[in-house]
Write a protein that binds this ligand. Structure first.
Ligand code: ATP
Ligand code: MG
Length: 397
């Protein structure tokens, strides 16, 4: 009997979509899988079936790369074989040997699709009997097995595996529009960006450099966040604009009520991000704001921040507890163990937890916002992150 090793990719939510949408999403998913493998210079061959993709090549490496591609529920390293119960049973023995031991609680999970002559229960029975011949004295326990083997008889062949590597879920990157994230040196905004990417949105970033008002480590950290995020979108550019925010701080501190500093600051950031976004086809802005985290993130102040631009501001981690955000940051690689000095020197001693649009607009009346925004945009440096490296993009001449 001929067997081979393949990585099987399982696709989730895509199957809720109409045929037309499914086709587009599958095409994006396959494109992204190829880009991820190409970025690692891995040789492979793919086969596509309804709801499944099989990838042949260095299975361990392929599985670890592909499990990071958005839109995939999980991946399994599996043995492929003929689709007769006998072939599947033989493959199951080779997979189970060395892992299943006498006395262990064991379960066979069988599936059958478009293959006639036996039911999935019969397939499970045939496989269990055959395994018993080689590795006897297991205890069948379908509720709480210590070792589980999955067998599938499909029209295109038999598939046997015993473990599932969790994927990221979500939707294929590139199927859900484009957004501009306000990307800082912190923990929250990279996680917000990643959650949008996981849902299929292509993300670019803007980092507002506070200069002498910001901690000296902030720019490098923010750029490093972009670099790491680019590893989640292999083969694509992750663009980041770095904007000089010092002139705004100087003007705002000279003439506005300091209690509202953080609200002026966030409204300005939104406006600059929006101005930069208006140059491309961006559908939304994204921030890492989180309900009640700091004074500027009370629901009342977020309302005032929201009113600064017409473009929708999406806040994916609005309701997360810090531990939940940190857990994701650790998983995706943006959690910096020793971030260094990232504190903002402009934060007032008693920042206001409440404001109104009227009051803030009145205060902002003393600023030449249009000019500040224009100058900020003109100061923007473009950086491009791609496949885990980042560099400054030279200006086109
Ligand atoms: P984070 O929230 O990302 O951990 P932070 O705690 O430094 O960063 P907050 O004061 O909580 O920032 O700001 C809320 C949100 O505003 C951030 O999540 C981010 O989207 C945006 N933001 C803050 N500082 C900057 C910056 N320097 N450049 C761009 N966006 C920023
Ligand atoms: Mg924050």
């Amino acid at each position: 009997m001929e067997t081979d090793t393949a990585v099987m990719v399982r696709i989730g939510e895509l199957w809720l979509k109409s045929e037309q949408v499914k086709k587009q999403f599958m095409a994006s998913l396959m494109h992204n899988i190829r880009a991820a493998l190409d970025a690692e210079s891995i040789e492979y061959k793919t086969e596509e079936y309804r709801g499944r993709v099989l990838i042949y090549g260095d299975a361990e490496r392929i599985a670890s790369v592909v499990s990071r591609v958005f839109g995939i529920v999980d991946v399994s390293i599996c043995t492929t074989c003929g689709n007769s119960p006998e072939d599947i049973a033989a493959a199951a023995i080779s997979v189970a040997e060395g892992k299943l031991h006498p006395g262990m609680r064991f379960a066979v999970r069988a599936r059958r699709q478009h293959v006639g002559g036996f039911t999935s229960q019969e397939l499970a029975r045939i496989v269990a009997d055959a395994v018993w011949e080689k590795v006897p004295d297991f205890v069948v326990d379908l509720d709480n097995p210590e070792y589980e083997i999955f067998v599938e008889a499909r029209e295109y062949g038999g598939i046997v595996y015993d473990s599932r590597i969790p994927g990221q879920g979500g939707l294929p990157l590139g199927t859900a529009g484009k957004a501009m994230v306000l990307l800082s040196a912190g923990i929250d905004s990279p996680v917000a960006a990643w959650l949008m990417m996981r849902r299929g949105v292509v993300v670019s970033g803007v980092f507002m450099d506070g200069g002498r008002w910001a901690g000296p480590a902030t720019k490098d950290l923010a750029l490093d966040n972009a670099r790491i995020l680019s590893t989640w979108s292999p083969g694509r550019n992750f663009a980041v604009w770095v904007v000089d925010m010092e002139p705004f701080f100087a003007a705002m501190i000279a003439s506005c009520d300091r209690h509202y500093t953080c609200i002026f600051c966030k409204r300005f950031m939104m406006r600059v991000a929006d101005a930069l976004a208006s140059r491309g086809r961006f559908d939304a802005l994204v921030s890492g704001e989180n309900l009640g985290q700091v004074a500027s993130q009370t629901i009342q102040n977020m309302r005032v921040i929201t009113a600064s631009v017409e473009t929708p501001i999406l806040r994916p981690i609005l309701t997360y507890d810090k531990e939940e955000t940190v857990a994701i940051a650790r998983k995706i690689g943006t959690f910096h163990e020793n971030p260094g000095d990232t504190g903002c020197l402009a934060v007032p001693r008693k920042p206001a937890t409440r404001s109104t649009v009227e009051l803030i607009e009145k205060e902002e009346g003393s600023l030449d916002l249009a000019e500040l925004i224009e100058n900020a945009c003109a100061s923007a440096e473009l950086w491009i992150a791609r496949n885990g490296t980042i560099s400054r993009k030279a200006l086109e001449t």
